[in-house]
Ligand binder design. Structure first.
Ligand code: OGA
Ligand code: NI
Length: 363
């Protein structure tokens, strides 16, 4: 999440989805109804029988690098990043308490009365606070979702006014959780570097003091899930994203693979990881930042807690020399400042992979 754009954007009335279903459980206002080609609910048979996204066992990657199991899992990781841009990790070693606790406080936050949540408003044109981000006009369609987003690290990106005093344990839990997520992201980036044949600290050395943000997405049930989307299709602007789905989570996340929306089936105690735009650029497109979206469910709510991990805003990003070859694999992206990219990302609506046009070299 970049420094906040100052703006006087007119976004019209943004109805709070939780309040909406309390007062009119069977009504879906016009502004949430998607054009026919964008709708979420209808899942084709082809989608149902699609291969599931890869699962990476992090306990295998804790073994000595010379061990066959380690090498096998690194190969799996490399395939996952190239072919899917998404994978789930199991045996990640995160304390159950930390994972459970953030889920609990996030739920408690969303269950508070609207007036309480509105003490932390997401202002139009910004990306932190409670509400809906990425809305830039009065006629733009809305997502069937309430969001609460916060910049976490470095502390300079925190807006203390937006860190809630209720639930009482929220800030403490988020700090503890974010610390663990930071360790996990650093660890995953070392494996990703190894899988590319690079030295393990290659990303960390480049990223400087990495930027970390969190977004909690709460998707209330929708009486017509086939008409709406929980979250518009997009790729993430981060280097790496970690998504935690609440324990009782139904299927909601879908990724675009071979022109088909493939559902990500929640696995117990797993986290979903995806490659963001930054790693796509750094690897000159070898590892993909894949378009994804969320759909809603007729009966059940869904909660996700999403961590975005990215380089410091000061860092210059361009495809790494090791992954460019003028003859066989020419450079596909221009060089840019990561802060400029983050600003570009948050000042445009979510629209598939369009944000990356910012850096693409068009032939
Ligand atoms: C995101 C995201 C998907 C989900 O927050 O960037 O892709 O299922 N979320 O909540
Ligand atoms: Ni995303």
């Amino acid at each position: 999440m970049a420094p906040l754009p100052i703006s006087s954007i007119r976004v019209g009335k943004i109805e709070d989805v939780q309040e909406l279903i309390k007062s009119k459980p069977n009504k879906v206002p016009e502004r949430f109804i998607r054009d026919a080609n964008e709708r979420g609910g209808l899942v084709s048979l082809k989608t149902h029988f699609h291969q599931p996204i890869p699962v990476i066992d992090l306990s295998e990657l804790s073994k000595p690098h010379t061990n066959d199991d380690f090498v096998f899992e690194i190969l799996k990781l490399s395939q996952a990043c190239e072919d899917w841009g998404f994978f789930q990790v199991i045996n990640h070693g995160l304390e159950v308490d930390v994972v459970d606790d953030i889920e609990k406080v996030a739920k408690e936050f969303f269950e508070m009365p609207l007036e309480e949540k509105q003490k932390y408003p997401l202002e139009p044109g910004t990306v932190q606070g409670y509400g809906q981000a990425f809305i830039f006009s009065e006629d733009q369609k809305l997502d069937w979702c309430n969001m609460f987003a916060l910049g976490v690290h470095p502390p300079s990106i925190r807006n203390p006014k937006l860190w809630p005093s209720k639930p009482a344990r929220f800030s403490e839990s988020l700090k503890g959780y974010s610390k663990e997520m930071r360790k996990l992201c650093k660890r995953l980036l070392t494996y990703i570097a190894i899988s590319l044949g690079l030295k393990k600290d290659r990303f960390e050395e480049m990223f400087g003091e990495a930027v970390q943000a969190v977004r909690m997405n709460y998707y209330p049930p929708c009486s017509s899930p086939d008409l709406v989307l929980g979250l518009s299709p997009h790729s993430d602007g981060s280097a790496l994203t970690v998504l935690q789905q609440s324990k009782d989570s139904c299927v909601g996340l879908q990724i675009l693979k071979d022109n088909t929306w493939v559902p990500v089936l929640p696995l117990p105690n797993a986290l979903v990881i995806n490659i963001g735009d930054t790693v796509e650029v750094l690897t000159n497109g070898k590892y993909k930042s894949v378009e994804h979206r969320a759909v809603t469910n007729r009966e059940r709510e869904r909660l996700t807690i999403v961590t975005f991990y990215a380089p410091n805003y000061e860092v210059e990003i361009e495809p790494m020399g090791e992954l460019v070859d003028d003859e066989t694999n020419p450079c596909k992206y221009r060089s840019y400042n990561h802060g400029d990219y983050s600003y570009h990302y948050v000042s445009n609506k979510l629209q598939g992979k369009k944000s990356l046009d910012f850096a693409k070299i068009l032939n």
